[in-house]
Design a protein around this ligand. Structure first.
Ligand SMILES: NC(=O)c1ccc[n+]([C@@H]2O[C@H](COP(=O)([O-])OP(=O)(O)OC[C@H]3O[C@@H](n4cnc5c(N)ncnc54)[C@H](OP(=O)(O)O)[C@@H]3O)[C@@H](O)[C@H]2O)c1
Length: 251
């Protein structure tokens, strides 16, 4: 087995690499941070390659696809992503455009191109890392981030149904965690006031549910699961007020 993990240099992606390696999977590790990827390589027990890439560059994302096409991967994990805190009229436009490129465009390109190849081979796994944010109706104070993750959720769910109708042996899953203790907060300039899950737990939970159970929607943590279910019964405007209050405490 061979997997590509984007954003393997830290947090959830790093732990996914460690867990997949412990299961005997060879890895292609992609991110911008060479030192972190090399340090990760040292502790892996299977073969691994490093790809230094800024995923906001569309051409480089397409080059990455050409590389993994040659490598004939079995698992694609679109994990790289980041967020930004602030009112939409105040937050930085360029950072948000970059976020759309990394969180949406790169995920779209890699999913679509790898999906075609996997369908031809009639095997493979795609795991797109979204967020519980993507299952809510909007995230005031992190509007772009929530919207990018909604895209990833809806894109992945639609592909699931297309694959099911083809009776394909290709599996797609979408991971929707609540707060996880990683570098995410620092990058997004937020602090979580809710108890966070460990990236080790989230990574193992995600891989097991994708690989062993072929789960479509993967939501680690009972509190997050309950929160999402309850949110479905709350009127939209009230839910937006509640989400704003929760977000405000993070700022
Ligand atoms: N932590 C949470 O609470 C939480 C909750 C729900 C969902 N998520 C999602 O989980 C995923 C992983 O995040 P994390 O929590 O593990 O945060 P993290 O520790 O900050 O890791 C983010 C990863 O994404 C990579 N990345 C970001 N921008 C990139 C770019 N332009 N090009 C290439 N790689 C890039 C980073 O690599 P570099 O070394 O190149 O920066 C890093 O490896 C994200 O998609 C995030 O939205 C996180």
């Amino acid at each position: 087995m061979k997997a590509l993990i984007t954003g393997a240099s830290s947090g959830i992606g790093r732990q996914m690499a460690i867990y997949l390696s412990s299961l005997g999977c060879d890895l292609i590790l992609a991110s911008k941070n060479q030192t972190a990827l090399e340090q990760l390589q040292q502790i892996l027990t299977t073969k691994s390659k490093i790809v230094l890439i800024d995923l906001k560059d569309e051409k480089k994302v397409k080059d990455l696809y050409m590389l993994i096409k040659k490598e004939d991967i079995d698992i694609l994990i679109n994990n790289a992503g980041f967020g930004l805190f602030g009112n939409c009229d105040e937050s930085d436009l360029q950072t948000e455009l970059d976020m759309i490129d990394v969180n949406i465009k790169a995920v779209h390109i890699l999913t679509k191109l790898v999906l075609k190849d996997m369908i031809k081979k009639d095997k493979g796994y795609i795991l797109n890392v979204a967020s519980a944010a993507g299952l809510l109706k909007g995230g005031p104070l992190m509007s772009t981030y929530y919207a990018t993750k909604s895209y990833v959720v809806n894109f992945s769910l639609a592909i699931y149904e297309e694959l099911r109708r083809k009776k394909s042996n290709v599996h797609i899953s979408v991971l929707c965690p609540g707060p996880v203790n990683t570098n995410f907060n620092k990058t997004a300039n937020v602090k979580f006031n809710l108890k966070s899950l460990s990236p080790e737990y989230v990574a193992k939970y995600a891989i097991d549910n994708m690989y062993k159970k072929h789960k479509l929607l993967i939501v680690p943590g009972l509190k997050t699961k309950l929160g999402i279910i309850l949110s479905r019964f709350v009127p939209t405007k009230l839910l937006l007020r509640i989400t704003y209050k929760i977000q405000k405490r993070k700022g």
